[in-house]
Design a protein around this ligand. Structure first.
Ligand code: PBG
Length: 332
């Protein structure tokens, strides 16, 4: 793109930055509460919460408190909430059977939010890790992550979530073939209006550390996830994954983590023009909060700037733990 800019002094690009009014007129990107999906952590019990030390300002909430939090978020204009379970140790087994139980804590939370705030879209996470003794996203056999048998389990998990009332399913497991299998099952079981937001370009990232604390998976995880999550060195591969997931029936796609991967967001949006989301993950949140907590950065300004950057990079929305705080700031 060449800019029709005459040489100085005819062109004074500072003219358009002269006043708030002029800056508002030529602003290319905007940020609004409707851009956010709010990830929350649900735990067993009632009327209680537990702060997560590596994520200042974020707590695990009991189901009743999740419903109340969803109502508040909805009031702030946030359209969707994404539920992650903190599973009791006894429910983390080798066969991962709790993953597709209608009574697991995540499915309880889906029903509670849909009851309390029917207008709020509820998103889920599909992967076996919260229910797996090994902390891996798939079944483990002979030290390897088994693909196809895991996909069968993910399909059962998806159906339990859809039956519980989920609006948006988020397969985050990175197994091959899972989007097609889930889409087919949704179609044949009467859930044809349930959308899939695929974690298509999910990297094997060290930025997930605080999340694994939040869901109690840090100690459990044996080995790493690099045989299924992407190599942070790759970009073309992200486009292959997005193309594949769209062909298999994904409605929307995600890039994860967010800030270090804005180049991927831009390439995905430019290549496919489909609804593209980024996940500003737990480590990104922790970094900004830690720096702000120490007085090294302005917390509010860096929060909004980081979120605006996703929009500028082509994202339609952002999964962010900042959602309620950012929505409150945007309202003032
Ligand atoms: C689990 C899952 C992870 C995150 C979302 N879903 C962790 C992982 O892949 O180990 C990370 C989110 C975050 O760091 O905020 N499949």
């Amino acid at each position: 793109m060449t800019s029709p800019v005459a040489p100085f002094p005819a062109a004074r690009l500072r003219r358009l930055r002269k006043s708030p009014a002029l800056r508002a007129m030529v602003r290319e990107t905007t940020l609004a509460p409707a851009d956010f999906i709010w990830p929350v952590f649900v735990m067993e019990g009632c009327d209680a919460e537990e702060p997560i030390p590596s994520m200042p300002g974020v707590s695990r909430l009991t189901v009743d408190r999740i419903a109340a939090a969803a109502r508040e978020a909805h009031g702030l204009g946030i359209p969707a909430i994404c539920i992650f379970p903190y599973t009791p140790l006894a429910q983390r087994t080798e066969d991962c059977a709790m993953a597709w139980s209608m009574d697991n804590i995540a499915n309880q939370a889906i029903r509670a939010v849909k009851d309390a705030v029917p207008g709020m879209a509820v998103m889920t996470d599909i992967a076996l890790d919260p229910y797996n003794a090994s902390g891996q996203d798939g079944f483990v056999a002979d030290g390897e992550i088994v693909n196809d048998r895991t996909v069968d389990a993910l399909v059962k998990m998806a159906l339990a979530q859809a039956t519980s009332g989920a609006d948006i399913l988020g397969p985050s497991d990175m197994m091959d073939g899972r989007i097609g299998a889930i889409r087919q099952a949704l179609e044949s079981e009467g859930h044809q209006w349930v959308t899939i937001l695929s974690y298509s370009a999910k990297y094997a990232s060290a930025f997930y550390g605080p999340f694994r604390d939040a869901v109690g998976a840090s100690a459990a995880l044996k080995g790493d996830k690099s045989t299924y999550q992407m190599d942070p060195a790759n970009a073309d591969e992200a486009l292959r994954l997005v193309a594949r997931d769209l062909a298999e029936g994904a409605d929307m796609v995600m890039v994860k983590p967010g800030m270090p991967y804005l180049d991927i967001c831009r390439r995905v949006k430019d290549s496919f023009g489909v609804p593209t989301f980024a996940y500003q993950v737990s480590g990104e949140y922790a970094m900004l909060r830690a720096a702000a907590g120490n007085g090294w950065l302005d917390g509010d300004k860096t929060m909004l700037e980081s979120l605006l950057a996703f929009k500028r990079a082509g994202c339609d929305g952002i999964l962010t733990y900042f959602a309620p705080a950012a929505a409150r700031l945007l309202a003032t």
